[in-house]
Ligand binder design. Structure first.
Ligand SMILES: C[C@H](O)[C@H](O)[C@@H](O)C(=O)CO
Ligand SMILES: [Mn+2]
Length: 418
């Protein structure tokens, strides 16, 4: 059978359960997913010499990591050409690109420091999402940032946040795509704190000051990302889940961002998505794969990834949920890591779009739970691979693992010579 014949056969099977696979493919092509630049260089960036801080960690030392803006852009290009679907570029402020001899500290960053990224994104018809970098800044003495009791330190980081609001609006104006600006801090304590509320009141005030910077709410979508612990802040993190959900719920225009690595191992974000969509007009996600902790493993086409995508689709949330990948694996070829993760999330979204959600909902509401279980199990052996192959063909990317040959060639010709 040719691929076309396999697709036509699979399409008929899905039609039999009320799914129009052509429509599913057409829909997915236009759903943007944000690709994180920081997978390419182990969350290093270009504006500091120090180590990665903030309680996050990249593990592994696979050769060939990007060292310069050009290398990072070249590597992203290699990955992007192997990914089906619509991409956004996700940047951190520490990826500012300075002219020779130029430097601006985080509180003095300007749009011009990201002009080369705008050029890169516009040439590829990509929008840009942005993240202030409240970590990896050796010069500021305090390990606390927006929650610091030292007012000079806190002002430095508030000014950084305000600069990022201005840069986010610049991105949106230049690309014509709204910019999601994600606020995440690693602030917290290794051991039992004496005051849990004080840092949170300061953090709340800091975010309010950042959001007081004038911006067009149609162009910039600020969000606040929660976390339950970090390396070195195991006992207390300022930006906990309750804090960020409460902040977003009480500050119109600010979205909650859930990172599915930021919860206790038995919690699942797939169940939190529909709960938040009952209350918030829009939410944001960092899609990752935690293994025992917030390990930021490469996203795979696994059960929880599929469940998250299913919830977004069946809650009719594709235009209410801002989706961004967030993981960093230095133990394998970094370009392949980008590619596997992005393709996995695309598979999960396409699989969710090929699920007869209305029919399954009807079985649940009619209390036909036996048939519901059987139907959900039967779907697992439907020929989804043939639908995926057709989607990749229409997007002009390899459907099978032949894409890896391209990356092996690039590794030999470029990465291994760094
Ligand atoms: C680099 C990102 O800001 C970082 O991964 C953050 O989003 C996070 O998830 C920290 O654990
Ligand atoms: Mn994250």
């Amino acid at each position: 059978m040719t691929n076309k014949e396999r697709y036509e056969s699979a399409k008929e099977m899905y039609k039999g359960i009320g799914i129009d696979t052509d429509a599913a493919i057409a829909k997915l092509k236009n759903i943007p997913v944000s690709l994180h630049c920081w997978q390419g260089d182990d969350v290093t960036g270009f504006d500091h010499e120090g180590p990665l801080t903030g309680g996050i960690q990249t593990t592994g030392n696979y050769p060939g990591k990007a060292r310069t803006p050009q290398e990072l852009m070249d590597d992203m290009d290699q990955a992007i050409r192997l990914m089906p679907g619509k991409k956004k570029l996700n940047l951190h402020a520490c990826y500012a690109i300075f002219e020779k001899g130029e430097y601006a500290d985080r509180d003095k960053l300007e749009p011009k420091h990201f002009a080369k990224w705008v050029e890169f994104a516009r040439e590829r018809n990509m929008g840009i999402d942005f993240n202030p970098t409240f970590f990896s800044h050796g010069k500021v003495k305090d390990s606390l940032t927006l929650s610091s009791p030292d007012e000079a330190t806190r002002k430095f980081w508030i000014d950084h946040g305000k600069a990022c609001i201005r840069i986010s609006e610049y991105f949106a104006r230049e690309t014509g795509v709204p910019c999601v600006m994600n606020i995440w801090i690693g602030d917290g304590y290794k051991d039992v704190p004496a005051d849990r509320m004080g840092p949170r009141m300061r953090y709340k005030d800091s975010i309010e000051q950042i959001l007081s910077e004038p911006y067009d709410r149609n162009l910039v979508k600020p969000c606040v990302e929660s976390k339950v612990f970090g390396i070195g802040v195991e006992s207390y993190t300022v930006g906990s889940g309750e804090f960020t959900l409460s902040f977003a719920a009480t500050h119109e225009g600010c979205l909650p961002l859930m990172d599915n690595g930021h919860y206790h191992p038995t919690e699942v974000v797939s169940d939190k998505i529909p709960a938040l969509l009952c209350y918030y007009p829009e939410i944001a996600l960092h899609i990752t794969r935690p293994v025992r902790w917030d390990s930021d493993h490469v996203v795979l086409f696994d059960d929880e990834t599929r469940e998250m995508a299913k919830e977004i689709v069946r809650c009719e949330g594709l235009d209410r949920v801002y989706m961004a990948l967030d993981y960093f694996d230095a133990s394998i070829n970094r370009v392949a890591a980008w590619t596997v993760g992005f393709r996995s999330w695309q598979k999960a979204l396409l699989s969710a779009l090929c699920t007869p959600n209305e029919a399954l909902r009807g079985l649940q509401e009619e209390n036909c739970l036996t048939e519901l279980m059987i139907m959900q199990e039967e779907l697992k052996t439907y020929p989804f691979g043939d639908i995926w192959a057709e989607y990749c063909r229409q997007c002009g990317v390899p459907a099978d693992k032949s894409w890896f040959e391209d990356i092996e060639k690039y590794e030999a010709e470029a990465l291994m010579h760094r």
